[in-house]
Write a protein that binds this ligand. Structure first.
Ligand SMILES: [Zn+2]
Length: 335
């Protein structure tokens, strides 16, 4: 006897009935770049369709996202001025803090997540305080461009509290520093925000696919790279360990970043933590590759995007952070 799985593929209606994975706009998180360095929306050349928004315009873009049924927005800030300590990052009148207040005022039901890091706010572009900079004593045992761990975590905690005070629904630390989640949890609890969830970028790789983002967020390191804190692309067991540490420290949601070259990590994290909400970040380079190929007519954008997002969800991600979010939501509605 021949086994005939094709029987269940013989019509669109049957295929729909037995479909195992369904995408929903509510699973998608739309990243937004909000800027104090420009007064008009500024399109990002390497990310067609994505712009930096001044605070007064970000509500309009977020309203679009909300009306399409997207699950949340994730805010990144570009300050007007930077310094070695990244002091604009925790300013109550900073770009993200003002944007959060505007967004929560105008769209109280939209979940607003804030990225918590220093790279957009430091003049050197690193994710933390550097050895011997910003008034800190030089540690002779560490290189000059070393991102100091505990000193930087203290600043991340301060940023997270300032976002919470502005009204953020979730804070998302992305610096990949040790003890980052514990430091932020303690600071939030101490400031009466024990109810505020933390989405940890728990397994973030030192990837080549962040290039367009660095144009968008204007946070590329002036020199050096991020390999002393972000993960080596070759490591899988370490990623699961990083997530386990963050769960222990109090992370409410985990993340794997980037998504496509790391679907094995998404799956391994899912299996190790079946009951923890898991996000995957479909990063700027993944977005740009699809856009560039679609522009040339080499792939059909709509099908490619929905296939990619379905694949990330199928691998085990509950939530997908993606620049395709608005298009995908429209296409899913049409379908
Ligand atoms: Zn960073």
């Amino acid at each position: 006897m021949i086994t005939r799985p094709r029987r269940l593929r013989s019509s669109a209606a049957l295929r729909r009935l037995v479909r195992e994975t369904r995408l929903d706009p509510g699973r998608l998180i739309y990243p937004l770049f909000v800027t104090d360095a420009a007064t008009e929306a500024r399109p990002i050349a390497s990310m067609p369709g994505i712009s930096q928004w001044p605070v007064r315009d970000v509500v309009r873009e977020a309203r679009d996202a909300a009306s399409l049924g997207l699950g949340a927005v994730l805010l990144f800030g570009i300050p007007a001025a930077k310094d070695a300590a990244g002091s604009g990052s925790y300013d109550s009148e900073g770009v993200v803090q003002r944007a959060v207040r505007e967004l929560k005022g105008a769209l109280p039901d939209l979940v607003v997540i804030t990225d918590v890091c220093l790279c957009e706010y430091t003049d050197h572009g690193h994710c933390g305080l550097l050895n011997g900079s910003a008034g800190l004593a030089q540690n002779a045992h560490l290189p000059d461009d070393y991102v100091l761990n505990d000193e930087s975590v203290a600043v991340l905690a301060r940023i997270a509290v300032s976002h919470a005070e502005a009204g953020a629904d979730i804070v998302a630390p992305s610096a990949m520093l040790d003890g980052m989640v514990a430091g932020i949890r303690k600071a939030l609890d101490g400031a009466c925000f024990s109810n505020l969830p933390i989405l940890s970028y728990s397994a973030k790789y030192a990837s080549a696919l962040y290039g367009p983002f660095r144009d968008a967020a204007q946070g590329a390191p002036k020199q050096g790279d991020r390999q002393s804190h972000q993960m080596d692309v070759a490591n899988a067991r370490e990623a699961v360990r990083e997530s386990a540490i963050d769960v222990d420290e109090g992370a409410d949601l985990l993340m794997v970043k980037p998504a496509l070259p790391y679907l094995d990590i998404v799956r391994a994290t899912r299996e190790r933590f079946p009951d923890v909400v898991l996000a995957a970040y479909n990063v700027s380079g993944e977005y740009a590759m699809v856009k560039a190929a679609a522009e040339r007519g080499w792939v059909e954008e709509r099908r490619a995007v929905l296939e990619i997002l379905t694949g990330i969800h199928r691998a085990g991600a509950d939530l997908i952070i993606t620049y395709h979010a608005k298009d995908a939501a429209r296409w899913l509605r049409e379908r």
